[in-house]
Design a protein around this ligand. Structure first.
Ligand code: SF4
Length: 174
């Protein structure tokens, strides 16, 4: 069972402010559902509040493909949805590798795309001086885009160092 909050991209871009539940509410959902995780039921909490201060998971862009109905192929649909949000600094075309109907070399295009070489994550001073950095996947670049940042910025919605704009964990002294 997957559980995730209403995202700030795609369908959630217009409705999040009206319909999204508070952090406290999502935390309660986590606490109510976590005990059901076990051998018979796999409970996966996706981007629920990171109240336990864990480092972030990594980004799978480039290891999956997604095809939109008109044939555009992307390395992650959420990057495209995020790039189409009103405050995005990225263009959706940056993440569309080609069209499965019109580009006969689509497999080669995908092989050559190398998302993480084009867009390194965690390239910012906060991650650069964070004690958790070696074990941190730097979170979701689509969430960074939807929040108006550029890929490489901190995923502040989930990062335990910057969550809610407050530092919860100390940085390594310079
Ligand atoms: S500051 Fe960067 S490296 Fe440290 S926990 Fe947050 S996202 Fe991870």
């Amino acid at each position: 069972m997957l559980l995730n909050p209403l995202g700030s991209m795609g369908r959630g871009v217009k409705s999040q402010h009206r319909l999204a539940k508070s952090t406290l509410h999502m935390q309660e959902i986590f606490e109510l559902t976590a005990p059901f995780d076990g051998p018979d039921l796999d409970i996966v909490h996706i981007r629920l509040p990171n109240t336990v201060g864990k480092p972030l998971s990594g980004c799978e862009a480039g290891t999956i493909i997604y095809v939109f109905t008109p044939g555009e192929v992307t390395v992650c649909p959420y990057l495209v949805f995020a790039a189409r949000t009103p405050i995005s600094q990225h263009a959706d075309t940056e993440f569309i590798v080609g069209n499965i109907f019109t580009d006969p070399d689509i497999a080669q295009r995908l092989d050559n795309y190398h998302f993480h070489d084009r867009y390194p994550l965690g390239v910012n001073s906060t991650c650069g001086s964070c004690a958790l950095s070696p074990g941190c996947g730097k979170g979701c670049p689509a969430a960074v885009i939807a929040a108006g940042g550029r890929i490489g910025d901190v995923d502040t919605e989930q990062c335990p160092v910057t969550i809610d704009g407050h530092r919860l964990l100390p940085l390594i002294p310079a």
